[in-house]
Design a protein around this ligand. Structure first.
Ligand SMILES: Nc1ncnc2c1ncn2[C@@H]1O[C@H](COP(=O)(O)OP(=O)(O)OP(=O)(O)O)[C@@H](O)[C@H]1O
Ligand SMILES: Cc1ncc(COP(=O)(O)O)c(N)n1
Length: 273
């Protein structure tokens, strides 16, 4: 009898040397959900809570090699993408995701860091939209990303719903449009549109803080970890929202700018149904 493999999840992302966002946020989140985290590193940033000082995309042959290593040994049950840097990197990731079955894919279409630095070149946005979105089980754009991908202007909750429909029409099966950037509201409500057409809101009180570096990465990584454990998508999404809300609310002071989240805050034995 073969022993059952421990749940394994994969983060395909860039490194944030400051430790608050990107692959580091993914690792901390997945680890805290008691899922084994594997990584495909696609870019390196010299970054802290004040901004991104330098950025370097890795050679695509190195991306291919990391995917091949994982496919040859691990049993990845769910995966996510974060920073994908440029056209060549997005295409390399798309090709590998078509080659290997790493379970449900969550696409966090990271474009611009909190401090304003670009993490995806402008010409790569169309490649994400046309080639990566159709592979996505779930896409989790913030408002500016949803605008770029859908071509719509989003200033209220009605427009968030319209944008989600547009993203589904572009090929993503399920969509979360995150309301963190709707800064005129005192709430941080996210809109969820599922593959079967049903929808719901994830309500949250807006926390008045600058310590929100890596919120999007943390949300999508938590969802990915829950999916790797075999949780249903709605349950994984609710746990992700509760996890990120607690990680913002129980903040820690690190650095002098947009500080990171508290990845220990959400109880490790809890989840939302
Ligand atoms: N100030 C806040 N208070 C409460 N929840 C927030 C706040 N800011 C963001 N969130 C929540 O955090 C999650 C990520 O949202 P956001 O729109 O900030 O994504 P993002 O811009 O992709 O994040 P990042 O780029 O920092 O990783 C969402 O669930 C959002 O509602
Ligand atoms: C490597 C990497 N990936 C993702 C983000 C997005 O996070 P944020 O918008 O909070 O800066 C980032 N800053 N760096």
């Amino acid at each position: 009898m073969t022993e059952e493999q421990f749940p394994q999840a994969l983060s395909i992302a860039g490194s944030d040397s400051g430790g608050g966002a990107g692959m580091q946020a993914d690792l901390k989140t997945i680890q805290s959900r008691h899922v084994f985290a594997a990584t495909v590193l696609v870019a390196i940033t010299a970054q802290n809570t004040l901004g991104v000082q330098q950025s370097l995309a890795l050679p695509t042959a190195m991306i291919d090699a990391q995917f091949a290593s994982l496919a040859a040994d691990l049993q990845i049950r769910a995966c996510k993408t974060g920073m994908l840097a440029d056209v060549a990197t997005v295409k390399a990731v798309v090709n590998n995701l078509k080659r290997y079955d790493f379970g449900p894919l969550t696409v966090d279409p990271v474009m611009i860091a909190k401090g304003g630095a670009p993490l995806l070149t402008e010409d790569a946005i169309a490649v994400v939209r046309d080639e990566l979105l159709p592979l996505a089980t779930l896409v989790t754009p913030n408002l500016p990303e949803a605008e770029k991908l859908s071509g719509l202007t989003i200033t209220d909750q009605a427009a968030m719903r319209t944008a989600a429909k547009r993203l589904q029409a572009l090929g993503a099966q399920n969509v979360i449009v995150k309301g963190g950037h709707l800064t005129h509201a005192d709430s941080a409500n996210d809109y969820v549109l599922l593959a079967d057409g049903s929808d719901f809101w994830l309500p949250a009180r807006r926390v008045d803080t600058v310590r929100t570096h890596g919120t999007g990465d943390t949300l999508s990584a938590c969802i990915t970890a829950e999916l790797a454990k075999g949780r249903s998508l709605p349950s994984a999404i609710r746990t992700g929202k509760a996890y990120v809300e607690k990680a913002i609310t129980d903040g820690i002071l690190v650095g002098h700018g947009h500080g990171p989240l508290n990845h220990w805050a959400y109880p490790e034995d809890r989840d939302e149904d």
